[in-house]
Design a protein. Structure first.
Length: 330
């Protein structure tokens, strides 16, 4: 990949006409093509990809060099659009009325039929949603008109990017286009509030303060096991593991087992129920298929899903991490 295109806007005078409009249209086009665009939000810069496209979401994890599949936040322009993807409760509506658009991310139950990648929520039944208030982010989200998955636009383990230069330094040619608009005004990530349980829990402190939230909805819990360092799904309270057992490093499938293959299946004892993550052994394609295929094989009549080994390189690291968690004793 060559170096990314950098399109710089003037946030103070942004009005989404003329050159502004051209830049937004171009960034939206890149996103629609399944490629990655770093864009400004009021908290930090996001590394955006089309959340309905498994390949684009896999590309986000590859670009960040994340060793685990940490679930991602989906970004949309308007709260009203969220109901296609998550269940909206009166509590969510109340919070949205006060803090959306803005630096609050809500964890809500993911709709069963949500037309979204499974990788985006790391296979879980909950989804993180955010409506950024930054004018450039909103213009882009409106124009592209699909939910955009966006972690902070930095390599895994390094600090979040609050300027286009940070993005360039951290991600270099891993991003296709950088939409710049100066410094992110808040400069720290959004507050993550999980409202899927009886008592709301702050999973990450951020741009909206705990006392601001409590002034609206009363006392909340704070999950102290979660710092600003991304938590992997296995450490989260609710995470998806298949009902079936998972057997790793399989070289064949027993009777009653489903096979989740990787690479050519020559010489592998056949199982009636089998899927292949990537016949050509492509880790990127495999990552894009992983959660969807695990779900598909997780049928009542299947006791065990036998998974062939995946190399411990690139996206294979994150896939193996996730599979080891799924295979761990319950
Ligand atoms: O301000 C922000 O939130 C920025 C901008 C770009 O919007 N984004 C951001 O994303 O900080 P990221 O991926 O760096 O952090 C998202 C955090 C992760 O730590 C992840 O564990 C948590 O959100 N998360 C996402 N989905 C979740 C879910 N379904 N349940 C619990 N936590 C979730
Ligand atoms: Mg981050």
């Amino acid at each position: 990949m060559s170096s990314p295109t950098l399109l710089n806007l003037d946030a103070a005078h942004f009005n989404n006409s003329g050159a502004d409009k051209t830049f937004i249209a171009r960034a939206a086009e890149v996103l629609r093509g399944g490629k990655l665009v770093a864009f400004p939000t009021e908290t930090v810069y996001g590394l955006g990809g089309d959340a309905t496209n498994e390949q684009a979401v896999a590309a986000i994890f590859a670009a960040k060099g994340r060793p685990t599949f940490n679930p991602l936040i989906i970004h949309m322009a308007d709260f009203s659009e969220l109901s296609a993807y998550v269940d909206i409760s009166p509590l969510a509506e109340n919070l949205a009325a006060h803090f959306m658009p803005g630096a609050l991310t809500l964890i809500l139950p993911r709709k069963k039929d949500a037309a979204l990648s499974w990788l985006v929520s790391a296979g879980m039944d909950t989804l993180a949603v955010r409506i950024p208030s930054h004018a450039v982010a909103r213009a882009l989200l409106r124009e592209v008109n699909v939910p955009i998955a966006a972690p902070s636009a930095n390599r895994s383990g390094s600090v979040s990017a609050t300027t286009p230069l940070h993005v360039l330094e951290s991600l270099g040619d891993k991003v296709d286009l950088i939409l710049g608009a100066g410094r992110s005004p808040i400069g720290i990530e959004s507050t993550i509030l999980d409202i899927t349980a009886a008592t709301p829990v702050i999973l990450r402190q951020g741009g909206v303060t705990q006392s601001e939230i409590e002034a609206v909805i009363g006392k909340v819990d704070v999950f102290t096991g979660h710092s600003d360092t991304p938590t992997s799904p296995g450490q989260l309270q609710s995470h998806y593991a298949p009902n079936a057992r998972v057997r790793l490093n399989a070289t064949h499938a027993e009777e009653g087992e489903a096979l989740l293959a990787f690479g050519p299946e020559m010489g592998i004892k056949s199982s009636k129920i089998r899927l292949n993550l990537s016949e050509r052994g492509d880790l990127h394609e495999a990552a894009a298929n992983l959660f969807a295929m695990l779900r598909e094989l997780d049928k009542p009549e299947i006791k065990t899903i036998a998974v062939m080994s995946l190399p411990e390189i690139g996206l294979g690291l994150a896939m193996n991490d996730r599979l080891r968690r799924a295979a761990a004793p319950r």
